[in-house]
Design a protein around this ligand. Structure first.
Ligand SMILES: O=C(O)CCC(=O)C(=O)O
Length: 248
């Protein structure tokens, strides 16, 4: 029997795991660069590019957005191996849109509500993917990603406010038949890469581990054919800004 290619798995399930996408020394470089980014650049970033669980505590840093805009190493890194893979999985040219840092700090990291990235992206056609690169051991205690297999073929679900900074919108009726029964728990080791279609439903629990960080890098690519609905995007931006008031 011939093995399925990564592209076949991605198209079939709406996500694919690539164990060991980065070697140990590359993960170590990423961690060094992120440390430098946090020390040198975060203090001067726009407020809506950095989110904390508690803005009074620097140790509660949970998300950085648009890293490729602020750091040439990040821009180069995203446009190297991740971009090549995005083109392979989509089977067409892509546009690099966002490099992100995610952490769920021990005991403070809150759950990621169930959502479809496509709800945030507002694309026509809805062709985009997100990569999620583990930098720590990630398991059920510190909040691994959970995908609903095959959900990329279903409709865009109804989303509403979650109160969660960085993931302001979540699926309002998550838990419908087929949601939890199709869910796959994606434990990961440093250097492992997960990739999901922008329509794939995913979520994560909070970090209850007490000691372990749950650091990851995200890379968002749109297909070269996908056009943003500017008006819908602007409406969403205003709504997100309203919800973030006092939290960032
Ligand atoms: O890191 C997480 O918990 C969620 C990441 C996510 O939702 C995404 O990359 O689309």
């Amino acid at each position: 029997m011939t093995q399925k290619t990564n592209r076949q798995i991605y198209l079939d399930k709406g996500f694919v795991r690539l164990p060991g996408f980065l070697e140990e020394h590359e993960v170590s470089t990423c961690k060094d660069k992120i440390r430098e980014f946090i020390e040198d650049l975060v203090p001067d970033l726009p407020r809506d590019h950095v989110f904390y669980e508690d803005k009074a505590k620097h140790s509660s840093l949970k998300q950085i957005q648009q890293m490729q805009m602020h750091c040439s190493w990040c821009n180069h890194f995203m446009n190297d191996k991740p971009r090549t893979l995005a083109e392979e999985l989509m089977g067409k040219g892509v546009v690099a849109r966002n490099m992100q840092y995610f952490n769920k700090p021990p005991l403070m990291g809150r759950p990621t509500p169930p959502h479809q990235d496509g709800y945030y992206f507002k694309l026509q056609p809805p062709e985009a993917l997100t990569m999620w690169l583990a930098l720590d051991e990630v398991n059920e205690q510190n909040g691994c990603i959970r995908y609903v297999a095959g959900s990329h073929r279903d409709e865009l679900r109804s989303h509403g406010p979650t109160g969660t900074l960085g993931f302001s919108q979540g699926i309002t009726d998550f838990g419908r038949p087929g949601d939890l029964s199709r869910e796959e728990v994606m434990q990961a080791s440093p250097g492992d890469l997960l990739v999901h279609d922008s329509m794939t439903i995913h979520r994560a629990e909070g970090n209850t581990s007490g000691t372990l960080n749950r650091r990851a890098l995200g890379f968002i690519f749109y297909s070269e054919d996908a056009l943003e609905d500017k008006r819908a995007k602007e409406e969403y931006r205003r709504e997100a800004q309203r919800q973030q008031q006092g939290k960032i």
